[in-house]
Every structure is written in C-alpha cells, then in structure tokens.
Design a protein around this ligand. Structure first.
Ligand SMILES: Nc1nc2c(c(=O)[nH]1)N[C@H]1C(S)=C(S)[C@@H](COP(=O)(O)O)O[C@H]1N2
Ligand SMILES: [Mo]
Length: 367
C-alpha cells in the first residue's frame, strides 16, 4: 500500500487479543488524562485537566489573533482586545471527552485509548457567544453555526480544519462562551488559547479550540467531525446518532494508596470515607450509589446539593465504609432525571459515551 493509502484507512476495532498499539500509545502520550486523585479539587488545576488534540497545537499570539464572523453584511473581525470589552462571564464547567471509557470496550475501537480520566473542571472566562453573534448580525434562528479551529490535519483520508457546528438555539444559550481565560489566567495553548468555544453540558468535541472563524450555514452541516466522527453507530455505513450532551457518570477518588504497576489500591482495615464526583450534561443528577461488593448491592451515597452558582460543574459525594481485610471491588454509579448509568457498556464503533459504572479493585491489608 502507498503511504497515503495506508494512513487513510477507516476506523477499526482491535482484534480479540490485540493490545494497545504504538499508534494508540503515541496519541495517549500527547493527550494526557486527569489523574483520578485530582477529583479532589473543585476546580482542576490547568496542568491536571485532561487534553485532547486531534492534530497539532497551532501557534498563535494573543495580540495577533483574529476571530472572523461571517455576518449578513460581510465578515466582521474581532481581536482579543475587542472581545475583552464585551460583558465578562465566568462559567465553571465539567468537560469530558466523548471517548472517555473507550479502552474498556470489547471489541476495542482503535483510537485515543481513554480509560476513565478524560475529564476535568475549569473556570472558563470570556464573552457570552450570543453577544458577539448579535454584534455581527447573526440572528437567524433557522441557521446552524459552524466553528472553525486554526488546527489542520488529515483524518481517515480527509484533509480538514477542525470544525464543528451547533444549532442556533444551542449556540445562543446564555452559558455558551467564547473563552479567553482558564482558571483566571490567559487560556494556555494546549487548551485552545488564545480563544475557544465553551458549550457547557456537551461532550468535549463541541468546545472548539483555537477558534478563528464562525459562519452560518443552512442545516444540516455535513463536516467530517459532525457526520463521520462523533456518531453512535454499530456499522460503518449507518447514518448514526450524533454525540451531543454528556451522559451521567460518577467516579471514585482512588482510596488508600496505589501499587505502582497494577494501580491496584491498598487500604488498611477500619473506617474510611469513600469520596468522588458525579456529573451529567443531560439533566440534573438525582442520586449517586456505591457498591462495596462489585455491584451486587447498592447504597445511596451522600451527594452535595446542586450549587446554583455552578450548575455545569461536577458535584461531590461521600460514602462511609469500614474496610475488612481481603479483596474487594468497589463500584459507583450516578443517576440523573433521565435515568442511571447503564449496567453494561453501550458499544458503538467510535467507542463514545461508555458510561458504565466505575469499578475499583481494592486490597484491604491484614490488621
Ligand atoms: N480545534 C480543536 N478543537 C477541539 C479539539 C481539536 O482537536 N481541535 N478537540 C476536541 C475534543 S475531542 C475535546 S475532548 C476537547 C478537549 O479540550 P481540552 O483539551 O481543553 O480538555 O477539545 C475539543 N476541541
Ligand atoms: Mo474528545
């Protein structure tokens, strides 16, 4: 096979005994996850927040950055100084990659091999998108808006700029931001600096980084990241269902201390507090349940009430456990008003939205 053909193959699933390959390792080393002990922070320090970058991080100086908006009277260009003069909003958002949980699927879709660490919560500061759309005269509710990043690459044989669209009604929700700060500092290059889109409640792919252009189109937008990638499908030729909002999930902050290689958790016998975070971008959380017997019995955890100041951020939960010596599998699952996390992984070709319960093996040492 010629080189270009070889790198232009469609997505595939791994064979029954196929381990993570060098290509997946290369992606995993570029796109790091949030170490789960960082679930302890309300706001994830920027360096611990997960990263997902399809192509290269584009080089862009804040003072030279321009956002082009294709308004009905022609293109309008905004520099960062102009964007900073709009009303400023800060929104605390839990962001999760749609591929989180992919590496646990069988068969395993070959791509960025996330276990469960593709999540983070940050304070994003910027201008509500609808104010900028208004200023540019983009007010037609029948349109879809296309957001283009400055990054460029080849993906399954298609050369492209990273582009995603949102229906007008979603794009103009008050919490959608053009963000130029993360956790109170200028947006770092790896997180989309100087300027990115933030779409609270949606999986990561919607939050276009290095945003350089917004244009209206008549729906449906048929870009690669909209119609080829980020669809739930069982077969390659299916139209599929678009990936949109974040499904409910709870994660356990790893208790005790780890074994270096296996990451198995070790705890000492006696009372301890299990703790973690839970979130959903689909509807409000109603409960978090914990199992200390690998999902045979479930018990309600104490879930902190929703903080009205931060409706898009994860919530904490705790559960008291008296660990007896021996081997245990702990599990945790969240429910929102649309239902619980599913008992078995929802398989699809892209490996998206696998939100089965988090299971953690724990060895409780002899007393
Ligand atoms: N321009 C651009 N935007 C992008 C991406 C990208 O590769 N290019 N990756 C998307 C995906 S898949 C995710 S999960 C989030 C990750 O954001 P983070 O790296 O700041 O955590 O960015 C999204 N925005
Ligand atoms: Mo993602």
């Amino acid at each position: 096979m010629e080189g270009l053909e070889r790198i232009s193959l469609p997505g595939r699933v791994a064979g029954p005994d196929e381990g993570i390959g060098a290509d997946e390792l290369a992606l995993a080393a570029r796109n790091h996850g949030m170490p789960l002990e960082a679930l302890r922070y309300d706001v994830t320090p920027a360096g611990l927040h997960y990263l997902l970058i399809h192509y290269d991080i584009p080089y862009g100086l804040p003072e030279e950055w321009r956002l082009e908006v294709d308004g009905p009277r022609g293109p309008v260009s905004f520099d960062l100084g102009t964007l900073r003069r709009f009303p400023v909003e800060t929104v605390r958002v839990t962001m999760e990659c749609a591929g989180n949980g992919r590496a646990r699927l069988r068969p395993r879709p070959v791509s960025q091999p996330w276990l469960l660490e593709a999540v983070g919560t940050a304070d994003w500061t910027g201008v509500p998108l609808r104010l900028v759309l208004d200023e540019a005269g983009l007010t037609d509710p029948t349109t879809e808006l296309v957001f283009t990043g400055a990054d460029h690459g080849l993906e399954r044989g298609v050369e492209q700029d990273y582009e995603r669209s949102l229906p007008f009604a979603e794009a103009t929700r008050p919490e959608v931001l053009l963000a130029y700060e993360m956790n109170g500092l200028p947006l770092p290059p790896q997180h989309g600096g100087p300027l990115r889109l933030i779409v609270p409640g949606w999986y990561g792919m919607a939050h276009v980084k290095w945003l350089r252009r917004i244009r209206p189109v008549e729906p449906p937008f048929d870009g690669f990241q909209q119609t080829v990638a980020y669809r739930l499908r069982q077969e390659p030729d299916e139209e599929g269902v678009p990936v949109t909002r974040i499904q409910p999930r709870a994660l356990l902050e790893p208790p005790g201390f780890p074994d270096f290689m296996s990451r198995t958790r070790l705890v000492r016998p006696g009372p301890l507090t299990l703790r973690g975070r839970a979130w959903s971008g689909r509807s409000p959380l109603v409960r978090v349940e914990v199992s200390t017997d690998d999902g045979t019995t479930w018990h309600d955890a104490a879930l902190t009430p929703e903080d009205s100041a931060h409706p898009w951020a994860w919530r904490s939960w705790t559960f008291p456990w008296t660990a007896p010596p021996g081997d245990h599998v702990l599990a945790v699952r969240a429910s929102d008003t649309s239902g619980p996390q599913p008992p078995s992984p929802p398989w699809n070709l892209g490996g998206f939205a696998n939100n089965t319960a988090h299971r953690v093996s724990v060895i409780c040492l002899p007393s």
